[in-house]
Write a protein of this length. Sequence first.
Length: 394
Amino acid sequence: MQEILIISNYYPPEKGAAANRIEQMALQLQKNKYSVSVVCPLGNYPKGALFPEYKGKFSVTENQNGIRVKRLWIYPSNSKNKAKRLLSIVSFATVLVLYLLFKKTPKKVVVQSPPLLLSFLSVAVLSLKKKKMILNVSDLWPMAALELNALKKGSLSHKVSLFMERFIYKNATVVLGQSQEILDHIYTLFPNKIGFLYRNYPDLDGKQLALTTSTESKIKIFYAGLLGVAQGVDALCQHIKLENTLIELHIFGDGAEKKEIEDYLKHHPNQPIFFHGMIDRNTLHSTLKSFDIAIVPLTTRIYGSVPSKIFEYGSLGFPILYFGGGEGETIVEEYDLGWVVPVGDYTALNAQIQEINRLSKSEINQKKSLIFRKTQEVFDIQQQVKTLIDQEVF
């Protein structure tokens, strides 16, 4: 049985797309007879504080569904303060480097990027140990940081980030990109780099969760996920116009914008917007059975980014109201998964809301069925991983 190690900054019981993505990769490799281990921080995300079961501990070794999970110490933070966020990343990266230097590791290692510093240090150490490095790139940093105004072009931080970016792409044995844009960017830097598309498909066993379109008149749109700066759910609450419609917006999640969202709703109690906080994935899916439409927003078009919510909620049979630009637009339009609105254009968004308001429940139900059938054909993680194994990526 081949051994493989996955290095990630996120892993369940942490919530969010990043943790789910890495867990699905680990489970799929396990199904294909790999002995899989994961190295990650002590659980803290997205709260920015250690979960109760990890407090007071430096490291923990667990068995989750047959996956050996080694959790290392981290100074947790979800602060908007850049110095605190950097300190959090550096704290885990330091312990990780010592772990990789002095512990025996398999010949094959998957390194998740971003965080860029974490992937840079991992690749540097693993290069010294002559490992096969499979770099799994889910976002392009520092490019995404520039687009989110989290980094100033030409600054020292930007120059250092560019150096680290080129280093990890150059030294990785093979690159997995979650979007074609990611691979195209890497090819512009290293035309001969071996790369493969690796979409963030969920493993839902072909279940539509018995979605039942409610007979009540209300149309329930939901957002479920990270409440971060990139998603802009606080701005969405402030600009979306649901007055005089049959539409409600329901929000599930946690993150840096949680307090702002709660404060806005507290001062606007008549808005048909409901915040439910963070709940575990299985409970969330059960809760969403009678909901109608998933909204996927981003504050700006981020080159290379494709929100995994498109694949997860499309695979469950939910029409997608996509408000994020980029390659995500192409996917929603190509497979007729719902509606696309130009990123940041709230006038267009509210015009689309009015169009949705005119839909009957039977029309929504029909759209759900069509989307579910289509996504079962095209969003197949088991086949995706099997194909990559056949191509000797893993």
